[in-house]
Design a protein around this ligand. Structure first.
Ligand code: SF4
Ligand code: SF4
Length: 405
C-alpha cells in the first residue's frame, strides 16, 4: 500500500488532540475529582468517575496488564504508530522544533528558543504533577507560595530533565533511552505496518535527498528498516512532493510488511494477542461494573457469651465490618431478621461511615420465637444505605444457642 496523501497535517492534529487530552484530564472533574489521578495523601486512584482504594489495586493491576497487552498488540499490527503519532516525547519534540531551526542563528534567537523550551518543560512537568496533586490544589498553593518542598523539588528536577531532553536529546531519546523503542523490533512480523522505501521502484529515485534531510533521527530510509526510525512519515510527504511533479506516487510510504513481501494481514499471532487483550479488557470492565460501593462482613463476637433467658429469648453478639468504598460519607441502618423468628438489634442501629472508611461495629441481637429443636440456626444481617448510592447488603451469620440454664 502506498499513499501520497499528505500525512503531516493529520499527525499534527493527532499531536494537538493528545496534548489537549493529557493536559485536560486532571482538570476535568466528575463527582468532585479529576477524571484520572492518583491521590497520594489518600492513596486513592480516581478513574473516570470511580475512586479505587488501596485494597482494590488488583483492578488497577488488571488495567495495567490490559494496557501492556494493548501496546504489544498495537505494536504487532501497527508498528511504531504510537512513537510517530502520539508519544508525548515525539509530540513535544515537534512542538519545540524551533530549537533545530535556530542552531545556526544569532545568540538571541537561541536564547528565545531555549527560554520557550524551558517554559514548555515547566508546564509539562507541572502537568505530570497534576496526575498526583490536583491542579485545583496545586495552582492556589503555587499562588500562595505553599507548594511544599517535595512538590517544588520534583517540579524543579523534572523541569530540568525535560529541558535538557528537549534541547540536547530530542528524537535521539527514542533510539538511546526509550526501552519501548528497543522492544518494538522484536514484536514486528512480516505484516507489521512500517514506513519503508519501495525497493521495486528504486530506479525512480532521483537521489534528491529530501527524505534524508527531513528525517528527525537522521537516517536514510532507502537503506531499509532502521531501529531508529520513529515512523513519523515526514519522509513520505517529502518524497510525495518530489514525485508529484512526475505524477508518480511517493517512493516511501506506509506498508503492511516490507513492500511486496507481506503475508496475510489476519494472522495467528495477531488474533491470539488481540484475543488476550480483549479478554483483559472484558475482565477489567467486569471488575469495575461489579465492584460493590459498600462491603460488609459479619463475625461472631466470641468475647460476648450467648445467653438464653427463662422466656426463651436468645442474645447473640456479632462484629459487623462495613467498608464505604464511595466518595461520599454514608449513613446506614442495620437490621436483622430470620425465618420463623423476630430479631431486634439492641444498640444504636444507625451507622455513619466516612468515604473510604472501614468501621467495625458490635451488634447485639435479641431473638424471639426461635425453634430450638431445629439444628443450624441462621440470621440475616442487613445494612441499608439511608442516603448515598447503593442498595441493601445482606450477610448471613450463624446463631449460637447455649444449653438451657
Ligand atoms: S525515516 Fe522517515 S519515518 Fe523514519 S524517522 Fe525518518 S522521516 Fe520519520
Ligand atoms: S525523497 Fe524520494 S526521490 Fe528523493 S531521495 Fe528520497 S526516495 Fe529518492
Amino acid at each position: 500500500m502506498t499513499t501520497t496523501r499528505e500525512i503531516q497535517p493529520w499527525r499534527q492534529l493527532a499531536g494537538i488532540v493528545q496534548a489537549l487530552v493529557i493536559i485536560g484530564l486532571p482538570f476535568i472533574r466528575t463527582g468532585g475529582e479529576s477524571l484520572l489521578r492518583f491521590d497520594v495523601p489518600t492513596l486513592q486512584f480516581h478513574f473516570f468517575g470511580l475512586s479505587l482504594w488501596m485494597d482494590e489495586f488488583f483492578i488497577v493491576l488488571i488495567a495495567l496488564i490490559f494496557v501492556a497487552f494493548l501496546i504489544l498488540f498495537i505494536t504487532l499490527v501497527l508498528g511504531r504508530v504510537w512513537c510517530g503519532w502520539v508519544c508525548p516525547q515525539t509530540v513535544i519534540a515537534d512542538f519545540t522544533s524551533f530549537v533545530e531551526k535556530v542552531k545556526n542563528r544569532e545568540f538571541y534567537h537561541k536564547l528565545i528558543a531555549c527560554s520557550a523550551t524551558f517554559m514548555i518543560s515547566l508546564v509539562v512537568a507541572a502537568n505530570l504533577i497534576w496526575y498526583f496533586v490536583s491542579p485545583y490544589e496545586f495552582i492556589p498553593r503555587l499562588i500562595e507560595g505553599s507548594l511544599g518542598k517535595v512538590v517544588w523539588s520534583f517540579w524543579g528536577i523534572m523541569t530540568g530533565i525535560l529541558f535538557l531532553n528537549f534541547i540536547l536529546l530530542r528524537q535521539k531519546f527514542c533510539a538511546t533511552v526509550c526501552p519501548y523503542a528497543r522492544l518494538q523490533s522484536t514484536l514486528f512480523d512480516d505484516r507489521t505496518l512500517t514506513v519503508a522505501f519501495d525497493p521495486r521502484r528504486k530506479d525512480e529515485c532521483i537521489d534528491c535527498m529530501a527524505c534524508v534531510k527531513t528525517c528527525p533521527v537522521g537516517i536514510d530510509i532507502r537503506d531499509g528498516m532502521n531501529g531508529a526510525c520513529i515512523h513519523c512519515a515526514q519522509c513520505v510527504d517529502k518524497c510525495a512532493k518530489v514525485m508529484e511533479g512526475r505524477e508518480r506516487k511517493s517512493l516511501v510510504g506506509y506498508f503492511f510488511g516490507l513492500p511486496g513481501q507481506g503475508g496475510r494481514l489476519v494472522r495467528q499471532n495477531a488474533v491470539l494477542l488481540g484475543s488476550v487483550t480483549a479478554a483483559f479488557l472484558v475482565f477489567f470492565m467486569y471488575l469495575l461494573i461489579t465492584r460493590p460501593p459498600v462491603e460488609i462482613m459479619v463475625f461472631s463476637d466470641y468475647r460476648e457469651i450467648p445467653r438464653l433467658n427463662a422466656k426463651g429469648e436468645l442474645s447473640n453478639s456479632f462484629v459487623l465490618t462495613v467498608k464505604n468504598r464511595g466518595r461520599e460519607d454514608m449513613d446506614f441502618v442495620v437490621k436483622a431478621g430470620g425465618e420463623n423468628m423476630t430479631a431486634e438489634i439492641i444498640q444504636d442501629k444507625i451507622l455513619h461511615i466516612k468515604a473510604g472508611e472501614m468501621k467495625r461495629y458490635p451488634v447485639s441481637i435479641k431473638i424471639r420465637g426461635l425453634d430450638r429443636g431445629q439444628p443450624g440456626h441462621e440470621i440475616m444481617i442487613t445494612v441499608e444505605p439511608l442516603r448515598g448510592g447503593g442498595g441493601m447488603l445482606t450477610e448471613k451469620a450463624y446463631l449460637i444457642v447455649p444449653e438451657d440454664s
